[in-house]
Write a protein that binds this ligand. Structure first.
Ligand SMILES: Nc1ncnc2c1ncn2[C@@H]1O[C@H](COP(=O)(O)OP(=O)(O)OP(=O)(O)O)[C@@H](O)[C@H]1O
Ligand SMILES: [Mg+2]
Length: 351
């Protein structure tokens, strides 16, 4: 029952019941015993008021106690309790709001813990990835200083290695900068409406040249039924394709590398598939390859440089385009990366 209704009932009863009782009593039952009746009136008023105050007090006091307990638990940092309420009055509603607040606080606290954990991992990964080339550079420079590089050939090799390691660091720092810009939405996208057919045909033509030079077989199929239009940042989308193709090259273990690019119509979307015949990704790693800094154990221990940020960037860019990306793979056989982009649809203008 609502608190307001309780108060109204209480007030009416305290006012009306005793008055009615004594009026009737005085007029009909005992008109000659007025003072006794007045005393009785006071007693009845007192008792009725006391009962109703108790009734209202209980309605307010129980939920307040529950909330006091809950607030104390929150103050002590415990968010794992449940504030149970059965009342459907104003106090019950307040308790339910309080419970909702607790759940939100709990979600936020859990998010913060996950975020802190991720940040720590991020810092440790960055330090690890930067430390590796720095250690190598230091080693080679010390070699030169100690006179270990005593022939022009050796000196040449040392300097080239230092140069390559510095380049590796440069690339890593650039990738990190790009990722942090993308992650904090500081990258200015340059969207334009393009013909999907033209865009992917051009893309395939460039890839065919590039891959042919590397001795990799490149096959392109365009199964689009009609020329759809897409709203994309041409440069960023190229980054997506390049990153995926670079992975296919990097993790290729067959003597004759093959990359298939297929474009299809899938309802309101255009689906791009990039399939390779590389070493594949184990099922346990597949769900994680789009996480930042995730590298499979095999690639961490291999000589293939990389920070595991490429696919995280790719995913972010595809999602910023309103699309979606996923992968299928068979260990030892090859990997296929799929992404979809929404087709541009003209909004009909009413005449
Ligand atoms: N085509 C592929 N074939 C086999 N493994 C792959 C392929 N693409 C990605 N992977 C696995 O997924 C991991 C994550 O890929 P991602 O591109 O994010 O990082 P990376 O290539 O290791 O480093 P980066 O791209 O930052 O230089 C890789 O380390 C690799 O283990
Ligand atoms: Mg990569």
């Amino acid at each position: 029952m609502k608190l307001r209704t309780r108060l109204i009932i209480g007030f009416m009863t305290v006012m009306i019941l005793p008055t009615l009782f004594t009026t009737v009593g005085m007029r009909i039952l005992a008109p000659q015993r007025v003072s006794e009746m007045q005393f009785l009136l006071l007693v009845v008023i007192f008792l009725t008021a006391a009962i109703f105050i108790m009734w209202i007090y209980r309605a307010v006091n129980i939920p307040i106690h529950k909330m006091q307990d809950a607030a104390k638990q929150i103050k002590e940092g415990n968010l794992d309790f449940e504030l149970k309420v059965d009342e459907d009055d104003e106090m019950g509603q307040l308790c339910r709001d309080f419970e909702e607040m607790r759940l939100r606080l709990k979600d936020n606290a859990e998010e913060k813990v996950a975020y802190d954990k991720e940040s720590k991992e991020l810092i440790s990964n960055i330090s690890h990835d930067l430390k590796t080339p720095i250690t190598a550079i230091k080693g080679y420079v010390e070699g030169i200083m100690d006179g270990v590089a005593d022939t022009p050939e050796k000196m040449d090799r040392y300097i080239k290695t230092i140069y390559n390691k510095a380049n590796e660091m440069d690339r890593l720092i650039n990738e990190l900068t790009l990722y942090s810009k993308i992650d904090t939405n500081r990258i200015p996208y340059n969207f334009s409406t393009l013909s999907a057919q033209d865009y992917f045909d051009d893309c395939a033509e460039d890839l065919a040249l590039e891959l042919e030079a590397k001795g990799v077989l490149f096959i392109y199929h365009n199964y689009m039924e009609e020329d759809s239009r897409i709203i994309v940042d041409a440069e960023q989308l190229r980054r997506v394709v390049n990153n995926i193709v670079n992975n296919s090259l990097k993790y290729m273990d067959k003597p004759q590398g093959k990359i298939n690019m297929t474009i299809r119509d899938v309802g309101d979307f255009i689906q791009v598939e990039l399939a390779d015949n590389g070493k594949g990704i184990a099922p346990k790693d597949l769900p994680n390859v789009f996480d930042r800094f995730y590298r499979t154990d095999a690639s961490r221990n291999s000589s293939k440089g990389g920070s595991g940020i490429g696919l995280a960037i790719v995913k972010k860019i595809v999602e910023e385009h309103g699309g979606n990306i996923w992968a299928t793979s068979q260990d030892g056989v090859g990997t296929t990366m799929y992404f979809v982009l929404r087709k541009y649809q003209e909004v009909p203008v009413d005449e």
